[in-house]
Design a protein around this ligand. Structure first.
Ligand code: SF4
Ligand code: SF4
Length: 376
């Protein structure tokens, strides 16, 4: 089964609509990077074997071990795979420092050329401030002239209007932004980027895992012809013609194979399908209030508060209507092995988790709200 490919921008390479997001490989969930390296390499190779030709990683993921895993996986098949990696401008102190970090990434990836290089988590304020004063664009241009970077892009969690400003600079060949069934805030900038001939890759196509079976199961809300919730979520993203590729953070062979099957039989949403999806989106609207993807970036909490577990129960209560279940499970946090840790009352409000949340959730307020709701 072959996977549809789309051109990354006007002149870029063709990427499979399903990309392999290596953000949680090799050992994000356990912290045991070395121990899971071989398994991660095998999983990435299996993805390539199944026809995926685009893998995204970053210097920051698993403290560089994600790049190491990708670097090992592409040995012998480098010409079949498009690689992107990213460096966080916040961590860069000068152009020379950037070059040193770039060298390290290239070494870990064991490649002479990064096909697509993204500035990681770029904000407009940064781009016009510290970024400009260090002359990072010029530095990247130099790397491009030397053939060490193919295309230049940015990833961003900035406000859509600021992402639009980054698009309008004309400095980038593409961008990586969040977009999915429950969050279309970037729909307009994606269209704008498409019109400008930029490639658009999407992070969190299945809501960062919220619709992927790691959290509450949304499948029972999904009309049967769409299959399950992750399949519908991917179909929704790919039905946007300005999206080049959706990056799914696949952590198991089962999820990988399911996504490849979904990609292999993809056809855009029909008008009837769009109507059904619009109805479903209304039901999912409440998710916007609590945008927890279950990613776990807010952890560890020194007080062992099970932040993603608690928010997963909030979603069960608010979106899926499983009120009794959510309340019972909340009571059993720390008692049942499937929901370890402590409930919201253990929070000492140190605030360390909030800065780490990519969804900018006001974790402290939401923990209090969830506790009230689930103990009424
Ligand atoms: S604010 Fe509360 S939940 Fe967050 S890290 Fe501190 S104790 Fe844990
Ligand atoms: S609260 Fe934020 S960081 Fe924590 S699991 Fe949810 S989305 Fe991830």
């Amino acid at each position: 089964m072959s996977i549809l490919k789309r051109k990354f921008g006007r002149s870029g390479p063709e990427l499979t609509i399903l990309g392999f997001g290596a953000m949680r490989l090799p050992g994000f969930r356990t912290g045991d990077f070395e121990g899971h390296l071989e398994g991660a390499v095998q999983l990435l190779r299996r993805g390539i074997e199944l026809g995926i030709n685009y893998i995204d990683t970053a210097q920051l993921y698993d403290a560089g071990h994600s790049e190491i895993a990708v670097g090992q996986a592409i040995q012998g098949v480098r010409d079949r795979v498009i690689i992107s990696t990213k460096i966080l401008p916040n961590l860069v102190s000068s152009a020379d420092h950037f070059l040193a970090l770039f060298d390290e990434s290239s070494e870990r990836l064991q490649t002479q050329k990064i096909d697509i290089f993204y500035f990681h988590g770029l904000y407009w304020k940064q781009f016009t401030g510290q970024f400009a004063s260090m002359g990072l664009l010029k530095t990247v241009e130099k790397l491009r002239a030397e053939g060490r970077i193919g295309l230049l892009g940015f990833s961003s969690h900035d406000q859509p209007e600021n992402i639009g400003r980054l698009v309008d600079t004309g400095a980038f060949d593409g961008m990586l932004v969040q977009y999915n069934l429950v969050d279309e805030a970037n729909a307009e900038v994606i269209s704008r980027a498409g019109k400008k001939g930029m490639g658009v890759t999407v992070m969190g196509p299945v809501g960062g895992g919220r619709m992927a079976g790691t959290g509450p199961d949304f499948t029972r809300l999904v009309p049967p012809e769409f299959g399950d919730a992750p399949a519908l979520a991917l179909k929704f993203v790919w039905s946007n013609p300005d999206v080049t590729s959706a990056l799914s953070g696949m952590e198991s062979e089962a999820v990988l194979e399911a996504n490849v099957r979904t990609a292999g039989k993809f056809s855009p949403l029909t008008p009837v399908g769009q109507t059904e999806v619009a109805a479903l989106k209304k039901k999912l609207d409440k998710l916007k209030e609590i945008y927890c993807s279950g990613c776990g970036y807010c952890l560890p909490c020194e007080e062992n508060v099970n932040i993603p577990g608690i928010f997963s129960l909030l979603i069960c209560h608010q979106v899926l209507g499983a009120e009794r279940y959510a309340k019972d499970m909340y009571r059993l946090i720390g008692v049942l092995p499937i929901i370890p840790g402590r409930d919201a009352t253990a929070c000492i409000e140190c605030g360390k988790c909030e800065d780490k949340c990519p969804q900018k959730i006001h974790i402290l307020d939401q923990l209090k709200r969830t506790h009230e709701l689930l103990t009424k």
